[in-house]
Write a protein of this length. Structure first.
Length: 300
C-alpha cells in the first residue's frame, strides 16, 4: 500500500519508547572483505513511481526525496521550552551503501514515526526534506554536510527487498589507555565492562541556566583502567544497575578533561549496546572474570 507504514516486530532489539535505549545487539552485516562496491541506485519505487536516491546524491536543491536506508542510531525524545513555546524532537541516523545521514522529527512527526522506527531495520523513506547542516565551530559530531527533516506528509514503510549490502553500525573502539591521550571534545567509541552505576543527579548548565539530569557509570577494559561515562537525560535508562558486570559498547561519546578524563553521551549521536555480540566482547568478559580483571583496575 503506497505511503503506508508497516510495523515490523523485533525479538532481538528491545527499545525503550522514550529513550531509544538498545538493550541487546542486533546482528548486522559486517562489511569489509567480500562486500560489493556501492552502486548508483537508479531504481524506481514502483508503488509511487518515484526515484530512490542514494544518500550521497541528495541535496537541498532538489524536491523532497525518497531513499532506502537502515536505522543505525536513534535518540531519545527531547522536550524543549522557551519564550516561543514548547515542543519535542528526536533524531535518527540512517545508512545506505553510500553513506549516512541524520533525520530529525518534530512534534507531530515524533508521534508519527518514533515508536515504529526500529534500530537495525531497513525502510523506504518518502517525501523527506533535505537541508544544509549549520556546523557550529568545534562541532564535529556528524560529518555529513546535509541533514533531513520529517515533514507532515512524509511517509515510510519496511523495505522488503535485498538488504544484505546495506551496512549496519560500525565501531572503531579505542582502549581507555588510548582515550587518556585523546584531545578535549574528541568523539570516540569504547568497549568496557560496567563496574558501577550511580544515582540520578541534576545539574544546572551555566550557559543556558537549564537544569539537566545525569547519571554517572564507571566502565573498565583490559588496559587495567576505568573511566567515568556520564549519561545525560534521555540516555540515562540505557544502562541500569542490573548491567553491572556486563559488557557495554559505546559509539559516539565525547571526551572531557574537566575534573579528570571522562566521557559523555551526546543527543542523537551516542549509541549504547549492552551485552553486544561484537568482536572483543567475549574476551573482555573473560578478562574481567579472571585474576587480572576487577582486582587490578585503577581509575583513569
Amino acid at each position: 500500500m503506497p505511503g503506508s507504514v508497516q510495523k515490523k516486530s523485533s525479538q532481538q532489539g528491545q527499545e525503550n519508547t522514550e529513550t531509544g535505549g538498545i538493550r541487546q545487539h542486533r546482528e548486522e552485516p559486517a562489511g569489509g572483505e567480500g562486500m560489493q562496491a556501492p552502486q548508483k541506485n537508479e531504481q524506481l519505487d514502483t508503488s509511487g513511481m518515484v526515484k530512490i536516491s542514494d544518500l550521497t546524491d541528495m541535496n537541498p536543491h532538489e524536491n523532497e526525496q525518497c531513499f532506502v536506508a537502515r536505522v543505525v542510531r536513534k535518540s531519545g525524545i527531547k522536550h524543549w521550552e522557551n519564550q516561543k513555546g514548547s515542543g519535542k524532537l528526536f533524531d535518527v541516523s540512517v545508512r545506505d551503501e553510500t553513506g549516512e545521514i541524520r533525520i530529525t522529527g518534530f512534534n507531530n512527526e515524533v508521534d508519527a514515526f518514533y515508536n515504529i522506527l526500529i534500530y537495525g531495520d531497513v525502510y523506504v523513506f518518502r517525501c523527506i526534506c533535505v537541508e544544509l547542516v549549520e556546523h557550529r565551530e568545534g562541532s564535529e559530531e556528524f560529518s555529513n554536510m546535509y541533514k533531513c527533516v520529517f515533514l507532515e506528509h512524509s511517509s515510510m514503510e519496511t523495505f522488503e527487498g535485498d538488504t544484505e549490502n546495506i551496512p549496519g553500525i560500525e565501531f572503531s573502539f579505542r582502549s581507555i589507555e588510548e582515550i587518556e591521550r585523546a584531545k578535549e571534545r574528541d568523539i570516540v567509541d569504547v568497549l568496557g565492562v560496567v563496574e558501577s552505576v550511580g544515582e540520578v543527579g541534576r545539574i544546572v548548565i551555566k550557559s543556558t541556566m537549564r537544569e539537566m539530569e545525569k547519571k554517572e557509570i564507571t566502565i573498565a577494559d583490559s588496559s587495567g583502567l576505568s573511566i567515568i561515562v556520564t549519561l545525560w537525560s534521555e540516555s540515562m535508562s540505557f544502562v541500569s544497575e542490573n548491567d553491572v558486570g556486563c559488557v557495554a559498547a559505546f559509539k559516539g561519546v565525547r571526551v572531557s578533561k574537566y575534573d579528570g578524563i571522562r566521557l559523555g553521551t551526546l543527543f542523537g549521536i551516542t549509541v549504547i549496546i549492552v551485552n553486544p555480540d561484537l568482536p572483543g566482547a567475549k574476551e573482555l568478559r573473560k578478562w574481567y572474570a579472571g585474576p587480572d580483571g576487577r582486582n587490578g583496575i585503577r581509575m583513569s
